[in-house]
Design a binder for this molecule. Sequence first.
Ligand code: OAD
Length: 241
Amino acid sequence: MLDGLMAQVERIVILTGAGISAESGIDTFRDAGGLWEQHRVEDVATPEGFARNPDLVLAFYDMRRAALADVAPNPAHRALARLEREFPGEVLLVTQNVDDLHERGGSANVLHMHGALKSALCTACETRSPWLESLGARPPCPVCQAPSLRPDVVWFGEMPYEMARIYRALESCDLFVSIGTSGAVYPAAGFVAEARSNGARCLELNLEPSEGSRLFHETRLGPASVVVPAWVEEVLSRAED
Ligand code: OAD
């Protein structure tokens, strides 16, 4: 699919999901043994669950934030950082992941549409602050001092971040690539249709076909740590032609 195409590609939008971090040791959501088998979505990923039992929710995200200290970026994260550095056009990375492995892998142009574990959101003044510690003890907001911080993670029923910027990028990209996401959660699951209707070529890299797989021009199956570096190598070698 990329034959003869890369010479014309100037803008790439890449969407990543939990599958890209799986080989780093972070559980995905919907695979066997995934997070949504271990916890009820309604309890830990909705505003209603937080209102019902804030201690449980704060502990869940404190645990996930602390676990970031024990994981490291894998070759797929590093390959995307290399693509951003070496591709002569634009590369925008949109991630549904709340981990920081893209940044630690070297990517700079990353939009966290579902928020970030290392950030806290104040429900009193709505400021988002970088956050590395536990939220369980109700620390004060660094801006307004209210003890009203919550995880800066987008829950079901809430609006993901950066949507205007993402849709603008989907309108103008030549190539849309989806990596390690099941295509089960909107609006991210709708990005392929959006990009395709705007004329972009669409490529899926995943362990197994996602729910929207038929919308992609091509699907390459395999672990992200293998298929992503191989694809990046191919893109960069063709961009030189
Ligand atoms: P899912 O758990 O739904 O899907 C993970 C995808 O990664 C599946 O398609 C797997 O086949 C694939 N996968 C697993 N291991 C892989 C590997 N080693 N290499 C490549 N692919 C692999 O995770 P997401 O699609 O990211 O939202 O989930 C989307 C959203 O649902 C999350 O951001 C989260 C969740 O509920 C919120 O919490 C708002």
